[in-house]
Write a protein that binds this ligand. Sequence first.
Ligand SMILES: [Fe+2]
Length: 307
Amino acid sequence: MNLKIAIVTDIHHGKDAEAKKGGSALRLMADFAAFVSQEKPDLVLDLGDRISDEDPETDVILEREVNAAFEPIRAVCPVHHLCGNHDRDFLSVAQNEEILGQSLTHQILDAGGWRIVLWRADTRIQRPDGFQCPKSDIAWLANAIAEADRPLLVASHVPVSGHSQIGNYYFQRNPGSSTYPQHAELVRDVLRASKVPTLCLAGHVHWNTVTTIDGIPHLTQQSLTESFVMSPENGAGEACGAFGLLNLNAETIDWQVFGADAFRAVIPVEQTARRWYRPLAGFDDVPGHIERIERIATFQAQSKAAE
Ligand SMILES: [Fe+2]
Protein backbone atom coordinates (compact mmCIF):
# COMPACT_ATOMS: atom_id res chain seq x y z
CA MET A 1 0.00 0.00 0.00
CA ASN A 2 1.36 3.34 -0.98
CA LEU A 3 -0.16 6.75 -1.48
CA LYS A 4 1.64 9.31 -3.60
CA ILE A 5 0.52 12.93 -3.37
CA ALA A 6 1.93 15.89 -5.30
CA ILE A 7 1.53 19.19 -3.46
CA VAL A 8 1.56 22.79 -4.62
CA THR A 9 0.76 25.73 -2.39
CA ASP A 10 0.70 29.51 -2.30
CA ILE A 11 0.84 29.86 -6.08
CA HIS A 12 0.12 33.60 -5.70
CA HIS A 13 -0.60 34.25 -9.37
CA GLY A 14 -0.67 38.04 -9.86
CA LYS A 15 1.69 40.94 -9.76
CA ASP A 16 5.25 40.57 -8.51
CA ALA A 17 5.73 41.85 -4.98
CA GLU A 18 8.98 42.31 -3.07
CA ALA A 19 9.29 38.62 -2.32
CA LYS A 20 6.35 36.93 -4.08
CA LYS A 21 7.12 36.52 -7.76
CA GLY A 22 3.51 36.16 -8.88
CA GLY A 23 4.39 36.95 -12.47
CA SER A 24 6.20 33.58 -12.62
CA ALA A 25 3.23 31.57 -11.36
CA LEU A 26 1.76 30.31 -14.64
CA ARG A 27 5.18 29.39 -16.04
CA LEU A 28 5.94 27.45 -12.85
CA MET A 29 2.52 25.79 -12.96
CA ALA A 30 3.51 24.42 -16.37
CA ASP A 31 6.63 22.97 -14.70
CA PHE A 32 4.41 21.48 -11.99
CA ALA A 33 2.12 19.97 -14.63
CA ALA A 34 5.14 18.34 -16.31
CA PHE A 35 6.26 17.03 -12.91
CA VAL A 36 2.81 15.54 -12.25
CA SER A 37 2.63 13.84 -15.63
CA GLN A 38 6.07 12.33 -14.99
CA GLU A 39 5.42 11.26 -11.37
CA LYS A 40 1.79 10.15 -11.87
CA PRO A 41 0.70 10.69 -8.25
CA ASP A 42 -2.59 9.31 -6.93
CA LEU A 43 -3.77 12.86 -6.36
CA VAL A 44 -2.71 16.49 -6.22
CA LEU A 45 -3.30 18.86 -3.31
CA ASP A 46 -3.43 22.62 -3.80
CA LEU A 47 -3.22 24.13 -0.31
CA GLY A 48 -4.53 27.55 -1.29
CA ASP A 49 -3.54 31.18 -1.92
CA ARG A 50 -3.78 30.60 -5.66
CA ILE A 51 -3.67 34.34 -6.29
CA SER A 52 -2.37 37.60 -4.87
CA ASP A 53 -5.63 39.46 -4.43
CA GLU A 54 -6.32 42.85 -6.01
CA ASP A 55 -10.06 43.50 -6.31
CA PRO A 56 -13.21 41.40 -6.88
CA GLU A 57 -13.13 41.61 -10.68
CA THR A 58 -9.38 41.03 -11.13
CA ASP A 59 -9.39 38.17 -8.63
CA VAL A 60 -12.00 36.23 -10.64
CA ILE A 61 -9.78 36.56 -13.72
CA LEU A 62 -6.65 35.51 -11.81
CA GLU A 63 -8.41 32.49 -10.25
CA ARG A 64 -9.70 31.43 -13.69
CA GLU A 65 -6.17 31.60 -15.08
CA VAL A 66 -4.86 29.40 -12.28
CA ASN A 67 -7.76 27.02 -12.80
CA ALA A 68 -6.78 26.73 -16.48
CA ALA A 69 -3.22 25.89 -15.40
CA PHE A 70 -4.64 22.93 -13.42
CA GLU A 71 -6.50 21.51 -16.44
CA PRO A 72 -3.58 19.42 -17.80
CA ILE A 73 -2.97 18.15 -14.25
CA ARG A 74 -6.61 17.04 -13.91
CA ALA A 75 -6.05 14.89 -16.98
CA VAL A 76 -3.46 12.89 -14.96
CA CYS A 77 -5.13 12.55 -11.52
CA PRO A 78 -7.73 14.15 -9.25
CA VAL A 79 -6.87 17.61 -7.91
CA HIS A 80 -8.21 18.75 -4.53
CA HIS A 81 -8.16 22.45 -3.72
CA LEU A 82 -8.27 24.37 -0.45
CA CYS A 83 -8.83 28.11 -0.17
CA GLY A 84 -6.22 30.38 1.36
CA ASN A 85 -6.79 33.84 2.79
CA HIS A 86 -5.92 35.55 -0.51
CA ASP A 87 -8.57 33.45 -2.29
CA ARG A 88 -11.05 34.82 0.25
CA ASP A 89 -10.20 38.52 0.62
CA PHE A 90 -12.57 39.53 -2.18
CA LEU A 91 -14.09 36.19 -3.24
CA SER A 92 -16.54 33.84 -1.53
CA VAL A 93 -16.12 30.10 -1.13
CA ALA A 94 -19.00 29.73 -3.63
CA GLN A 95 -17.11 31.79 -6.24
CA ASN A 96 -14.00 29.65 -5.75
CA GLU A 97 -16.17 26.51 -6.05
CA GLU A 98 -17.71 27.77 -9.27
CA ILE A 99 -14.30 28.58 -10.79
CA LEU A 100 -12.65 25.31 -9.70
CA GLY A 101 -15.67 23.12 -10.40
CA GLN A 102 -15.61 21.36 -7.04
CA SER A 103 -17.09 21.61 -3.57
CA LEU A 104 -14.82 23.33 -1.03
CA THR A 105 -16.43 22.05 2.15
CA HIS A 106 -14.59 19.68 4.50
CA GLN A 107 -13.94 16.29 2.94
CA ILE A 108 -12.56 12.86 3.80
CA LEU A 109 -10.78 10.67 1.23
CA ASP A 110 -9.60 7.13 1.94
CA ALA A 111 -6.74 5.92 -0.24
CA GLY A 112 -3.68 3.70 0.03
CA GLY A 113 -4.38 2.75 3.65
CA TRP A 114 -4.46 6.41 4.71
CA ARG A 115 -7.32 8.83 5.37
CA ILE A 116 -6.88 12.32 3.93
CA VAL A 117 -8.77 14.94 5.89
CA LEU A 118 -9.26 18.04 3.77
CA TRP A 119 -9.91 20.41 6.64
CA ARG A 120 -11.20 23.44 4.78
CA ALA A 121 -11.53 25.65 7.84
CA ASP A 122 -12.40 29.29 7.32
CA THR A 123 -9.38 31.17 5.94
CA ARG A 124 -10.92 34.60 5.49
CA ILE A 125 -8.92 37.15 7.47
CA GLN A 126 -11.58 39.25 9.15
CA ARG A 127 -10.20 42.74 8.58
CA PRO A 128 -8.95 44.25 10.77
CA ASP A 129 -9.24 41.52 13.42
CA GLY A 130 -7.44 38.57 11.80
CA PHE A 131 -8.08 34.84 11.40
CA GLN A 132 -10.78 33.12 13.42
CA CYS A 133 -11.32 29.37 13.40
CA PRO A 134 -15.08 28.86 13.87
CA LYS A 135 -16.27 26.42 16.53
CA SER A 136 -18.02 24.42 13.81
CA ASP A 137 -14.70 23.85 11.97
CA ILE A 138 -13.02 22.76 15.21
CA ALA A 139 -15.90 20.40 15.99
CA TRP A 140 -15.78 18.89 12.50
CA LEU A 141 -12.06 18.13 12.86
CA ALA A 142 -12.57 16.69 16.35
CA ASN A 143 -15.23 14.37 14.95
CA ALA A 144 -13.02 13.30 12.02
CA ILE A 145 -10.28 12.43 14.49
CA ALA A 146 -12.64 10.56 16.82
CA GLU A 147 -13.87 8.43 13.92
CA ALA A 148 -10.43 7.69 12.44
CA ASP A 149 -9.62 3.99 12.00
CA ARG A 150 -6.43 4.42 9.95
CA PRO A 151 -3.51 6.87 9.66
CA LEU A 152 -4.58 10.47 9.07
CA LEU A 153 -3.20 13.20 6.88
CA VAL A 154 -4.83 16.50 7.92
CA ALA A 155 -4.42 19.15 5.22
CA SER A 156 -5.23 22.81 5.78
CA HIS A 157 -4.13 26.18 4.42
CA VAL A 158 -3.31 27.74 7.79
CA PRO A 159 -0.87 25.76 9.95
CA VAL A 160 -2.10 24.98 13.47
CA SER A 161 1.17 24.10 15.21
CA GLY A 162 1.82 27.69 16.31
CA HIS A 163 5.49 27.14 15.40
CA SER A 164 8.03 29.93 15.84
CA GLN A 165 8.06 32.56 13.11
CA ILE A 166 11.45 33.98 14.11
CA GLY A 167 13.30 34.52 10.85
CA ASN A 168 10.17 34.41 8.70
CA TYR A 169 10.02 37.33 6.28
CA TYR A 170 6.27 37.80 6.65
CA PHE A 171 5.51 36.63 10.13
CA GLN A 172 8.45 37.36 12.44
CA ARG A 173 6.78 40.67 13.23
CA ASN A 174 3.27 39.40 12.55
CA PRO A 175 3.12 36.01 14.28
CA GLY A 176 -0.59 36.42 15.01
CA SER A 177 -1.29 36.14 11.27
CA SER A 178 0.67 32.89 10.89
CA THR A 179 -1.93 30.66 12.57
CA TYR A 180 -5.37 30.67 14.15
CA PRO A 181 -5.79 32.26 17.59
CA GLN A 182 -7.35 28.87 18.47
CA HIS A 183 -4.16 26.96 17.54
CA ALA A 184 -3.40 25.87 21.12
CA GLU A 185 -6.86 24.34 21.49
CA LEU A 186 -6.46 22.63 18.12
CA VAL A 187 -3.16 20.94 19.00
CA ARG A 188 -3.74 20.44 22.73
CA ASP A 189 -7.33 19.20 22.70
CA VAL A 190 -8.28 18.17 19.15
CA LEU A 191 -5.16 16.65 17.55
CA ARG A 192 -3.83 15.25 20.82
CA ALA A 193 -6.95 13.08 21.06
CA SER A 194 -6.00 11.20 17.91
CA LYS A 195 -5.45 7.50 18.56
CA VAL A 196 -3.99 6.79 15.13
CA PRO A 197 -0.80 7.90 13.35
CA THR A 198 -1.38 11.51 12.37
CA LEU A 199 0.36 13.97 10.08
CA CYS A 200 -0.54 17.63 9.46
CA LEU A 201 0.28 19.53 6.29
CA ALA A 202 -0.25 23.24 5.57
CA GLY A 203 0.89 26.13 3.44
CA HIS A 204 0.51 29.86 4.17
CA VAL A 205 3.83 30.58 5.93
CA HIS A 206 6.05 30.27 2.83
CA TRP A 207 8.75 28.09 4.28
CA ASN A 208 9.52 24.40 4.64
CA THR A 209 9.24 23.30 8.25
CA VAL A 210 8.68 20.24 10.42
CA THR A 211 7.35 20.86 13.93
CA THR A 212 6.53 17.90 16.15
CA ILE A 213 3.89 18.25 18.85
CA ASP A 214 2.70 15.21 20.81
CA GLY A 215 4.40 13.00 18.23
CA ILE A 216 2.41 14.58 15.40
CA PRO A 217 4.60 16.07 12.65
CA HIS A 218 3.27 19.38 11.33
CA LEU A 219 4.69 20.12 7.89
CA THR A 220 4.53 23.46 6.11
CA GLN A 221 5.53 23.64 2.45
CA GLN A 222 7.22 26.52 0.66
CA SER A 223 5.27 28.67 -1.81
CA LEU A 224 5.66 27.98 -5.53
CA THR A 225 6.62 31.60 -6.24
CA GLU A 226 8.42 32.69 -3.08
CA SER A 227 11.84 34.37 -3.45
CA PHE A 228 12.76 35.59 0.02
CA VAL A 229 14.78 32.47 0.72
CA MET A 230 17.07 33.30 -2.19
CA SER A 231 20.19 35.18 -1.17
CA PRO A 232 21.63 37.64 -3.72
CA GLU A 233 24.35 35.10 -4.52
CA ASN A 234 21.66 32.51 -5.25
CA GLY A 235 19.75 34.78 -7.60
CA ALA A 236 17.50 36.97 -5.47
CA GLY A 237 14.36 37.93 -7.33
CA GLU A 238 13.81 34.48 -8.75
CA ALA A 239 10.86 32.40 -7.61
CA CYS A 240 12.03 29.20 -5.92
CA GLY A 241 9.59 26.98 -7.85
CA ALA A 242 8.75 24.75 -4.87
CA PHE A 243 6.44 21.78 -5.22
CA GLY A 244 6.32 18.66 -3.12
CA LEU A 245 5.87 14.93 -3.24
CA LEU A 246 4.50 13.07 -0.24
CA ASN A 247 4.82 9.28 -0.23
CA LEU A 248 2.81 7.58 2.50
CA ASN A 249 2.75 3.89 3.31
CA ALA A 250 2.27 1.78 6.44
CA GLU A 251 5.84 2.36 7.67
CA THR A 252 7.12 5.68 6.37
CA ILE A 253 6.20 9.28 5.66
CA ASP A 254 8.55 10.60 2.99
CA TRP A 255 8.08 14.28 2.10
CA GLN A 256 10.30 15.89 -0.47
CA VAL A 257 10.18 19.46 -1.76
CA PHE A 258 11.79 20.23 -5.10
CA GLY A 259 12.99 23.52 -6.57
CA ALA A 260 15.51 26.06 -5.34
CA ASP A 261 14.39 25.68 -1.71
CA ALA A 262 14.70 21.89 -1.62
CA PHE A 263 13.83 19.96 1.55
CA ARG A 264 13.23 16.39 2.65
CA ALA A 265 11.88 14.73 5.80
CA VAL A 266 11.48 10.99 6.38
CA ILE A 267 9.47 10.03 9.47
CA PRO A 268 8.50 6.58 10.80
CA VAL A 269 4.70 6.30 10.85
CA GLU A 270 4.52 4.45 14.17
CA GLN A 271 6.11 7.39 16.02
CA THR A 272 3.31 9.68 14.93
CA ALA A 273 0.79 7.74 17.03
CA ARG A 274 2.60 8.52 20.31
CA ARG A 275 1.11 11.10 22.66
CA TRP A 276 2.54 12.42 25.91
CA TYR A 277 0.58 11.44 29.00
CA ARG A 278 -0.97 14.22 31.09
CA PRO A 279 1.36 17.23 31.35
CA LEU A 280 3.38 17.72 34.52
CA ALA A 281 2.03 20.23 37.04
CA GLY A 282 3.67 23.65 37.31
CA PHE A 283 7.14 23.01 38.79
CA ASP A 284 6.26 24.75 42.07
CA ASP A 285 3.38 22.31 42.55
CA VAL A 286 5.52 19.19 41.99
CA PRO A 287 6.09 17.46 45.39
CA GLY A 288 9.62 18.09 46.69
CA HIS A 289 10.46 20.59 43.95
CA ILE A 290 10.73 23.72 46.15
CA GLU A 291 12.87 21.85 48.72
CA ARG A 292 15.17 20.67 45.91
CA ILE A 293 15.56 24.18 44.51
CA GLU A 294 16.37 25.49 48.00
CA ARG A 295 19.03 22.78 48.45
CA ILE A 296 20.64 23.70 45.12
CA ALA A 297 20.51 27.44 45.93
CA THR A 298 22.19 26.79 49.32
CA PHE A 299 24.87 24.67 47.62
CA GLN A 300 25.54 27.33 44.97
CA ALA A 301 25.75 30.11 47.60
CA GLN A 302 28.20 28.06 49.66
CA SER A 303 30.32 27.27 46.60
CA LYS A 304 30.46 30.96 45.67
CA ALA A 305 31.44 31.93 49.24
CA ALA A 306 34.24 29.33 49.18
CA GLU A 307 35.74 30.72 45.91
FE1 LIG B 1 -2.04 32.38 3.14
